[in-house]
Design a protein around this ligand. Structure first.
Ligand code: ZN
Length: 480
């Protein structure tokens, strides 16, 4: 994710909602419930966002079929969740902010209720056995941008005849029935039906488009595992360009609310995604997905997001500059393919994407990563609040603090000074390739850094990631 560089202190709608109220911990009743035998937990277990995600099963695939009216923002549809029970289950939970109309488990009507706005509790006719594959079909409806969950508000955008499902860390439950934790990735088929002649863009490949009298259905497929927050759709009147860039399929989309000339400038820039992707491959190894792209919708989102295979950029900032493309595409490796297990390790996403920007600068005639490191280090006096954030565990309210981005990138630039170019390059490639399509922790990264460099780096990482003060200007810290 990238928030406005000019207005860093302003926050996106999601984060604003997060700041407005503390994360809601499941009620005592729900916790007792989860401890009872045979009931899957209503929490994914991440202390930063305990309301998100659920326990007791593992999702393998989502088949989403939605009808969306960008004019008034109403959405209805159904999600078939293909999952495997990880324990015997008499009941389990899904995340769904919309109203539930019906639930079927393996084709049979199941009992369900919503103990709170964010949670759907399902009780199948027959209990599920540990290891059993099952399908849950959830039918729902609502107006996602008006569906406000206490503590979260609504992360969904709907305005000026367009809709946009995009948010981090929350968005899934506003448009499908989800297990909203980055630790449970799945493949997706996403069908969005919109009024005839409108466009609906989502992740991966367009595998079908069908128009009837009143409707056009867009079918997308993401065949590689994806976290719920990296899934998105953008619907409205969008101009589309698709084709192949040196054999790699691409889809670019720009809102028709922009005049043709401005649209043209956007397309010209979005097409540089191909060049950026090839450069990132030269740095970090194979691109993890099968297509690329970029979307510039008309809604007023004040952030860019690394939605999988196809980032979304805010039109309000003007044509995305190249470093923004580098940042969001670098997230395809770091954040999307190599995904977090827990939100506390957010620097593995934002620090790495920011470091990629610095490295792009270095290899394209700009300042080196070391120049960036020293300039950034020098820009903040030791007394600055900037150094009080604990980068390796910033707290739920600070996962998108600017310090996480810059100090995360400084950690990698300083590490490069300590272990050398060759080892840092090997480290980043192996991190991306060995963990492709998986989930990781900060601890694993520290271990791999020590393994590859053969150096003891506990002290180094403590200074940069664990401490709440400015690292000393020493060679051991990659400075000096
Ligand atoms: Zn980012």
């Amino acid at each position: 994710m990238t928030r406005s560089l000019l207005r860093r202190s302003l926050v996106g709608a999601v984060t604003a909602a997060l700041l407005a109220a503390p994360a809601v911990v499941p009620s005592a009743a729900a916790v007792r419930d989860s401890a009872a035998p045979g009931v899957g937990s209503p929490s994914g277990g991440d202390p930063y966002f305990p309301k998100d995600g659920n326990g007791g099963y593992d999702v393998r695939h989502y088949a989403i079929k939605n009808t969306y009216r960008p004019g008034n923002g109403n959405l209805s549809g159904r999600t078939v969740v293909h999952a495997v029970a990880s324990r015997d289950l008499r009941a389990f939970h899904l995340d769904l902010a919309l109203d539930a109309d019906a639930v079927l488990v393996d084709g049979r009507k199941a009992k369900f209720r919503k103990p709170d706005q964010h949670t759907l509790r399902v009780r199948p006719l027959r209990p599920l056995d540990a290891g059993q594959r099952f399908q849950v079909e959830v039918r729902y409806h609502g107006n996602p941008s008006k569906t406000r969950v206490p503590g979260y508000g609504s992360p969904f955008f709907q305005e000026r005849g367009e809709g946009l499902a995009m948010g981090e860390p929350q968005i899934g439950p506003w448009w499908f029935a989800a297990n909203e934790t980055p630790a449970d990735k799945a493949t997706y088929r996403i069908a969005i039906r919109v009024p005839r002649g409108r466009e609906a863009i989502s992740n991966g490949e367009l595998v079908g488009r069908r128009t009837t009298k009143a409707w056009t259905t867009w079918r997308w497929r993401m065949k590689d595992p994806m976290t719920t927050y990296a899934a998105f759709f953008s619907a409205g009147e969008l101009a589309l360009r698709s084709g192949k860039d040196r054999g790699r399929p691409y889809v670019y989309a720009v809102t028709k609310q922009l005049r043709p000339k401005a649209r043209q400038r956007w397309f010209k820039q979005l097409k540089r995604t191909g060049e950026v992707t090839r450069w990132l491959e030269s740095e970090f190894g194979d691109y993890p997905f099968t297509s690329i792209g970029g979307v510039a919708p008309g809604v007023d989102a004040d952030f860019a997001l690394e939605t999988q295979s196809r980032p979304v950029y805010p039109v309000g900032w003007g044509v995305a500059d190249i470093s923004l493309l580098v940042h969001e595409m670098a997230h395809q490796w770091f954040g999307d393919s190599v995904a977090l297990r827990r939100w506390r390790d957010i620097w593995l996403n934002e620090g790495f994407a920011t470091y990629a920007e610095w490295r792009w600068s270095e290899t394209h005639g700009g300042p080196s990563t070391d120049r960036w490191l020293r300039a950034t280090y020098g820009a903040y006096p030791a007394r600055a609040k900037y150094w009080r954030t604990r980068i390796g565990a910033p707290g739920a309210r600070h996962i998108f603090a600017w310090a996480v981005y810059e100090r995360g990138a400084m950690t990698l630039a300083a590490l490069r000074n300590v272990i050398g170019d060759a080892d840092l390059s090997t480290l980043l490639r192996r991190w991306a390739q060995d963990n492709a399509h998986g989930n990781v922790t900060g601890r694993q990264f520290r271990q791999l850094a020590e393994e590859i460099s053969g150096e003891e780096l506990d002290g180094f990482f403590e200074e940069w990631l664990d401490d709440r003060d400015k690292p000393a200007n020493t060679a051991a810290n990659g400075l000096g």
